[in-house]
Design a protein around this ligand. Sequence first.
Ligand code: GLY
Length: 591
Amino acid sequence: MKLKYWSLALLFAFLGSCKTQKTLKKSEDKKDLFTLFEEDPSIKTFYSDKKGVFGKNGMVASAHAEASQAGLDILKAGGNAVDAAVATHFALAVVFPFAGNLGGGGFAVIRNKNGKAFTLDFREKAPLKAHRDMYLDSAGNVINGLSLKGHLASGVPGSVDGMVEMHQKHGKLPWTKLLEPAIRLAGEGVVLTEREALGLNNNVQVFEEVNGKASPYFKKPDGSKWVKGDLLVQKDLATTLEAIQKHKREGFYAGKVADQLVAEMQKGGGIISIEDLKKYHSAWRTPLQAKYKEFNIITMPPSSSGGVALIQLLRFTEPYPLQKWGWNSEKTVQVMIEAERRVYADRAKWMGDMDFVKVPMAELISYKYLRERWSNYDSTKATKSIDISGGLVPGYESDETTHYSVVDGEGNAVSITTTLNGAYGSKVIVQGAGFLMNNEMDDFSIKAGVPNMFGLIGNKANEIAPEKRMLSSMTPTIVEKDGKLLMVVGTPGGSTIITSVYQTILNVTDHKMSMQQAVNALKFHHQWLPDRTVFEPNAITENAAKNLRNKGYEIDQQKGTLGRMDCIMVHPDGTLEGASDPRADNTSKGY
Ligand code: GLY
């Protein structure tokens, strides 16, 4: 009863303010949402009742309060959304070493105040010395862990070039100013949250294994365990950031930092060379834009699979009355699972770096193709993944990426997802420079049909080649309604990124939730292989789960949680709602 009242209160508060509410006028739609609670108390809609953060002049949502504050300070100093995103990125590299980075890469979706969209691909690239079978032994078997840990696991980093490129094209404030918060946080220290303290403690051994016992990084000076409230000071990282502040791109891809990076690689059997660093450049791509109902989705084309997959998912379920059927009802979940099954099978078959392979993007998102792909859907039983395509792979788990969203007072918007891949990447910390390197090479299909750390499989389209970008699932996205900015959306989560972004968008567009409710809402995930669906605890009623099992679906409980969303919604009166995930330390800051 309490849950029902609370949900009703939130919903009514939302109805007063959101411009997507119009379709709720039909009383039957309302009834369906409410009766869900009356019929089965085992369902819970939200992870928590965390409230959104509201502002009129600017909003930054990121994985860490200090990083959001860095972005907000830049907005207040007269910077635009791109300036704030750059400051947030560098701050995350300091305060959130788990995934924030200098040694990684990512994707940016930008929509300026005039409605023009841009997408920047600053994904890592395979080094020049990389080759297709570099992670296989002489018998052709995968050498366990080689693409995941240590020096050979890293691609050529793209983040610093990406930030410079983005600022050159769209920034407003001087570059040097944008680095100031990160340099201060690295030099003076950041106060550890409980989660970060735990993350560092859990990785002490592996940091030593990869970097040697003498490596000074991420160790508490007195040798004891980190605890919440400790100050993490990173002097070498501050010096590296100063080099980037002074020399922009050249401060990282040339000179002392580049030498340190290459020396580190040589020390540990890595293959990234000075030539690799010199040749790395991020790429402006044509944004992937598609209509979904009355919304326009602006998202990332390959080398991320995220955008194509997101549009396929939305369009597969577009014909179905999801709101009428109810949030996470049996019928709603069934069509979503079947959409996810088909989309992830397509991902494995078709997707790779468009600079190397032809990805039939237009065909994959066309209604004609999707209708044909849906023709074997049968509402009375589960389609078997084996019948969509072959092979069985083990499980997947991870949320070691990070996303941040920014909107400024003029309506410029930035959606960026960035990563080192695994938690703390390859665990390699560049000696003297103090930053972590990625283990992004694992996102290639290191052997056709063999799963990566997320259980994702691939084939030729995503095989390793020098200077090729490994396929990603990152899905930074911006949603427009009536030609106006509505939402900036994204999350970490490896293979689960796509399905979390999908559900968060549907929670707003179809289930009429506020931005924060959409983020708080419990989530589920299916990815073709393995042929099972995982739900956050209580995200589905016992009855719906039972009925789906009877139809042949394997339904499991997710270990841990799904998604770490950082999103922003623009309300009809221009108010910005920052919605950061309650599942971790994520924080929105606005004014
Ligand atoms: N490293 C995870 C992804 O790019 O999807």
